[in-house]
Design a protein around this ligand. Structure first.
Ligand SMILES: O=C(O)CC1=NCN=C1
Ligand SMILES: [Zn+2]
Length: 423
């Protein structure tokens, strides 16, 4: 559904104006219009400017009008890295980690991703769809209007396709738009232990062609990590994915500095993600090639690992995005406020940089900076209105959502004042 809306009298209209990733210093410029107004027609932004000017050209009678006096208005948030479609949970594992077991130790003894694989293979399409809907509603509450979702809990053909098909149906059902990523090589299944190269062969020969032919994903991704997939295996897989026309992402240098960041630059990936251990050289090469660094502080927080060097990356002129990494194991949260709090308090990002990282740079991390991630004429009417007069309240009101209203494609789809999602 596409709507016609005028949002007027915004105390701060935080446009984040731009049509590509913002690197380095550019990340601080939010291009704010005080007493701003936006006109959305048929779901697309038609005009942006001072309320007085806008209302001279557009007649309020022709639109639904939202008065944003004393409120901040921003682009909808883009959560560009999640694994939100999955069966089962790993709460038990979380308690093991609290007593000192590491994420990798648990993975080695058959827990971790592989335990979610079992539950996801057993889950029906309907079960995955229903739990996915609920998680999307929760994301909407936090002001997310576009989310990236990955497969990766099948490690076979049937279940990987099932996850992608569930996301396809969710994309056509829920207001939130979904960018789909095929993450077949997310872990090594038990029956391929010690035969990782053959598993990569299986993914390349048996699964990739089907995902490509059915157009079930825009991106391909791989968990390039010690005891998972090496840089060489990742290179072989991602090169083949590129030949099939997929855009590339890579889980890189999360636990160990393997060189995933360098590989992302070598292959021209859209984004490299995690990067807790990324090398200076890898960061330099990413900045040179314009690869977006998608940082996931919720995962570092949940695993009690050191945070990625966001401050250094931005000072090295990298484009940084932030995302939740919502998944059942290493980071079971869709909380955008938590990500803001961690990014500003523990990663030395400014509030302005964090806003950019969850709007236009999040959009760039899924190659959609031309259509979402900022309040610019011609972009989708995906807008959030805060309960407070300034964007500065987002990290300040720690861990609590400050989002009052969400407009998706020009339609009011969530209104905290009315207590429930309207979708
Ligand atoms: O643990 C999980 O389910 C998700 C994950 N993939 C790579 N790191 C974490
Ligand atoms: Zn991930």
């Amino acid at each position: 559904m596409k709507g016609n809306i005028i949002i007027k009298n915004a105390n701060e209209l935080v446009t984040c104006s731009g049509f590509k990733a913002k690197q380095g210093k550019e990340m601080s410029d939010l291009k704010i219009i005080n007493d701003g107004a936006v006109v959305i027609e048929n779901g697309i932004i038609k005009a942006v400017g001072k309320t007085k000017e806008i209302l001279k050209q557009y007649n309020e009678k022709d639109y639904k009008v939202i008065d944003a006096a004393n409120k901040a208005v921003l682009p909808g948030f883009v959560d560009s890295h999640t694994h939100f479609v999955f069966g089962g949970y790993r709460a038990e594992e979380f308690s093991w980690r609290l007593r000192g077991d590491s994420y990798m130790e648990i993975m080695k003894r058959g827990g971790g991703i592989v335990s979610t694989v079992k539950a996801t293979r057993e889950a029906s399409f309907e079960e995955l769809f229903k739990s996915g809907l609920k998680r999307l509603d929760s994301m909407l509450f936090f002001g997310v209007t576009t989310v990236e979702g990955k497969s990766g809990y099948g490690l076979d053909c049937e279940t990987e396709l099932k996850q992608l098909e569930v996301m396809d149906k969710l994309d056509n059902t829920h207001p939130i738009d979904i960018a789909k990523t095929f993450l077949g090589p997310h872990a090594v299944p038990k029956d391929y232990k010690g035969r990782e190269d053959e598993f990569i062969d299986f993914m390349i020969d048996e699964v990739l062609p089907v995902v490509a032919e059915r157009k079930l994903a825009e991106f391909c991704d791989i968990f390039c990590e010690k005891n998972v997939f090496s840089v060489e295996q990742s290179r072989r897989y991602l090169k083949k994915a590129k030949e099939y026309g997929f855009k590339l992402k890579i889980h890189a240098d999360e636990i160990v500095q393997l060189g995933g960041a360098e590989l992302s630059a070598e292959l021209g990936a859209v984004s490299a993600d995690h990067l807790l251990q990324a090398s200076d050289e890898g960061i330099r090469q990413m900045a040179e090639k314009g690869v977006v660094a998608t940082l996931l502080p919720g995962t570092a927080f949940s695993l009690k690992e050191p945070y990625a060097r966001a401050r250094y990356m931005i000072d090295q002129n990298l484009a940084v995005a932030l995302a939740t990494d919502m998944n059942p194991g290493s980071c079971h949260t869709e909380s955008i406020p938590l990500i803001f709090a961690l990014a500003t308090l523990y990663m030395n990002m400014t509030i302005e940089e964090a806003i950019t990282a969850l709007t236009i740079n999040g959009a760039a991390a899924i190659d959609r900076a031309d259509s979402i991630g900022s309040i610019d004429v011609g972009k989708k009417g995906d807008i959030i209105i805060l309960e407070f007069p300034s964007y500065k309240y987002i990290p300040y009101h720690i861990g609590v959502s400050t989002v009052e209203k969400v407009i998706k494609d020009g339609v009011l789809v969530f209104n905290k004042e009315e207590g429930a999602a309207l979708c």
